[in-house]
Design a protein around this ligand. Structure first.
Ligand SMILES: Nc1nc2c(ncn2[C@@H]2O[C@H](COP(=O)(O)OP(=O)(O)O)[C@@H](O)[C@H]2O)c(=O)[nH]1
Ligand SMILES: [Mg+2]
Ligand SMILES: [Zn+2]
Length: 305
C-alpha cells in the first residue's frame, strides 16, 4: 500500500499527494461511510492504486489535530500574518491566534506585512514587540523597513519553516494574507483587498480548503482560519498556551495556580521583575476572564446530570 496525504476532496473523490510527490484520484473504501467516518483534507492515509484511473483510499491514520473552519487536519505550522499598520498591529489579536495554535499543537510563525509603508517610528515600536515574542521563543519574520520583498526573498524566509510541513495562514482581514500567498504562488490568484464585509459572515461554514504543494510542503489555499476555540478551552489549559507563563508557573506555590489572584504566584513575580512582558500577562488575564465568563454549554465534559 502507498502512503500519502489528502489534499483535496471534491464530489466524492479524494486527491492524494503521495510521498513521492504524485497526485492520485481515489474513492474512499465503503467501510468509511458505514462507520460514519469522512476523510478530511490533511489526513495521512494509505491507498492502493492499480492500472485503473481510480485508486482506493484504504485507511486513515490518527489525526494530530483537526481545525474546524475550514476543515483541515494534521496542521503543523500556522503563519500568523500581522500588518504593521492598516489595520494596526494588535498584540491582543496576535495572542488570540497564538493561543489557538498552541492549543492545537501547531507551531506558530509570525509574519509582519506592510513594513514597506511603515514610518521609522512605527517600525521601531513593532520591532520591539517582535523582539519580545522572539524572546519567548516564537519565530518572527519582520522584513526590513521600506523594502518590498520579491517572491524569491519571501520563499527564502519561509522555506525553512514550511518545508515538509502542512501549513495554514491566518490573521485579521486586510493584514495581507492573500497578497502574501499570491506572491508565494502566482497560480493561486486569490482576490485581494476584499473587506471583511464583502466576504460575508456565515459563509465560512461551507468554505472548502485545498492543500497546495509549495516550498516542499503543503499549504492551505484558503487564508483566514478562524482563531479562538474558547468554547472548548478551559482555565487550566489556558496557561499551557502561553509558553513563558507556563514555564514560570512551575514555581508557583499552588499546583493548578492560574496566576490570577493566588498568593505566592511566580508568574506575577516574573511580571513585576519584567521577565514576563506586562502586555502578555494582561492579554492572558483578559482571555482567562473570557473563559471564566463563558456560558456553560450543554453536553460538555464536566457537565453533571
Ligand atoms: N504596501 C503594502 N500593501 C499591502 C501589503 N500586503 C497587502 N497589502 C494591501 O493590503 C490590502 C489587503 O490585503 P489582502 O491580501 O487582501 O489582505 P487579507 O484580507 O489578509 O487577505 C490590499 O489592498 C493589499 O494590496 C504589503 O506588504 N505592503
Ligand atoms: Mg484575503
Ligand atoms: Zn501562579
Amino acid at each position: 500500500m502507498d502512503k500519502g496525504q489528502v489534499i483535496k476532496a471534491l464530489s466524492g473523490f479524494y486527491y492524494i499527494h503521495s510521498e513521492e510527490g504524485h497526485i492520485y484520484q481515489t474513492r474512499a473504501r465503503g467501510i468509511f461511510r458505514k462507520d460514519n467516518i469522512t476523510p478530511l483534507v490533511g489526513d495521512h492515509v494509505y491507498f492502493t492504486y492499480g492500472t485503473d484511473k481510480e485508486g482506493t483510499l484504504e485507511d486513515i491514520l490518527p489525526r494530530k489535530n483537526e481545525l474546524k473552519r475550514p476543515p483541515v487536519s494534521n496542521v503543523d505550522v500556522g503563519v500568523v500574518v500581522m500588518s504593521i499598520s492598516d489595520p494596526d498591529f494588535s498584540v491582543s489579536l496576535l495572542d488570540r491566534n497564538l493561543v489557538t495554535l498552541e492549543y492545537n499543537d501547531i507551531e506558530p510563525v509570525i509574519y509582519v506585512t506592510k513594513t514597506d509603508i511603515a514610518s521609522e517610528e512605527t517600525y521601531l515600536d513593532i520591532k520591539l514587540i517582535c523582539e519580545a515574542y522572539e524572546k519567548i521563543g516564537y519565530t518572527v519574520i519582520l522584513p526590513e523597513q521600506g523594502v518590498v520583498l520579491t517572491s524569491e526573498e519571501i520563499h527564502d524566509l519561509l522555506r525553512p519553516k514550511l518545508e515538509k510541513k502542512t501549513s495554514v495562514f491566518m490573521g485579521q482581514s486586510g493584514a495581507g494574507k492573500s497578497t502574501l500567498l499570491n506572491k508565494m504562488d502566482r497560480t493561486l490568484e486569490l482576490k485581494t483587498g476584499e473587506t471583511s464585509k464583502s466576504l460575508g459572515r456565515g459563509r465560512h461554514t461551507t468554505r472548502h480548503v485545498e492543500l497546495v504543494p509549495m516550498l516542499g510542503g503543503l499549504i492551505a489555499d484558503t487564508p483566514g482560519f478562524s482563531a479562538i476555540q474558547f468554547e472548548v478551552i478551559d482555565e487550566q489549559e489556558l496557561p499551557t498556551c502561553f509558553p513563558e507563563i507556563w514555564e514560570h508557573g512551575k514555581d508557583c506555590r499552588f499546583s493548578g495556580c492560574i496566576h490570577q489572584n493566588e498568593p505566592n504566584c511566580a508568574v506575577k513575580a516574573a511580571v513585576d521583575s519584567g521577565e514576563i512582558e506586562a502586555f502578555r500577562y494582561k492579554n492572558y488575564l483578559s482571555l482567562l476572564e473570557e473563559v471564566q465568563n463563558r456560558k456553560p454549554k450543554y453536553g460538555k465534559k464536566g457537565d453533571r446530570r
